[in-house]
Design a binder for this molecule. Sequence first.
Ligand code: SF4
Ligand code: SF4
Length: 413
Amino acid sequence: MVNEKRLEIVYSTLLGIDKETENFDISLIEGAIVSDEDIERLKGIRRRSKILIAMGSCAVLGGVPSLRRFTSEQELRNVYNVVYVPHLGDALPLSKFVTVDYYLRGCPINKYELLNLLEKLSQNEWFKQEERRFLFLREKPFNLEGVALSLDGEKCIVCGRCVKICQEMTSAIDYINRSLETAISTPFKVKLDESTCISCGQCILYCPVSAIMEKSYVAEVWKLLNSGMHLTAYVEPEVLIALSEALKSDVGGQLVTALKKIGFEKVVLWKPQTEFNTSDQLTIIPSSEAEAIFVQRFYPDLIDYMAPPPRIKDNCIVWFSPCIARKLSGSLILTTRELIRLLGTMDLNSLTKTQFDEVKLDASNKHEVEVVGMEEVRKTLESIREGRLKTGRVVLYVCPRGCLHGGGQLLQS
Ligand code: SF4
Ligand code: SF4
């Protein structure tokens, strides 16, 4: 391409090329952004470039330098036994500061992927960011379907974040194929619900391009609201906390106003409870379908000790939850993210406050032990299996830090 003069390199510090040029057709940028100087330089390049490509893991995701945020000074001193510790800021991907048109993942990147992209761009074969990103590379993008969530292979950049977090949950997904055909799938490409997936939705929180998303029921709720049906909204406290944190003020009262404005008759603040036998017998209480499926698949010998997960049997209730797995319960569930979509452009902070019609937070759970996070859940179930834990009520939460970090919560930028 360069020889045929379809592309001319006008600037490259590596190649020692610096031809005076006002604007660029294509800019390829490697490396993470670590300083204010980097940010300014990046913004300047963005202004002068028609197309900006983030090249490699550091530019795409922050890469290895970003790991420093998990390392304390003390750890560095312990490992390297030196007093000097560099005080650098966070290492962040380009997309944190500017619009990125194309991503070339990997460390190092795949040179054929780069050449293919340049080839297409030099032939003016543009494609929009939201369209298939690697149209010319993959014959068949591989989609994964599930009842509560699905993976859109056209959007997936195969960064592997979902695989990593799922290894901490149930290892339901992994890489398949090789080279440019690499994709994310379940073993033997079975549907998510037929794999070991428990619909916890943690992979959604980690996917940088929203290739994995929950099945949305916003349209169904609008249909019911528009039909004039008398609907009640049941809101879990964690939904309210996430919204209030995002908007930096307690917006409970404003949320009630907003939901009534769009047609809900009643709004209830509710902590889901399950029904179980109150005898002294050991009881495993799954906080959602995710924990129930986990026990069924991995500890089937303990099913007899398990109570059903919380459910609502009322067609006139829309349940707002931080949990993706509740979508398997048969109730009409909207996650915190879907609630935001339902409210559209409504500015909660500008609304007046209305009281909840009912607050049902009273949990008669004095005698319950709460087990939070997959590792602790596994340890507890092992203890029960081995007969070391014989009595009590044990409530399981597989998500890290519990429902506050449920798969349906707001995505962090
Ligand atoms: S929902 Fe949970 S179990 Fe299923 S693929 Fe995602 S992280 Fe793995
Ligand atoms: S996290 Fe998203 S983009 Fe990355 S591999 Fe998984 S589905 Fe693909």
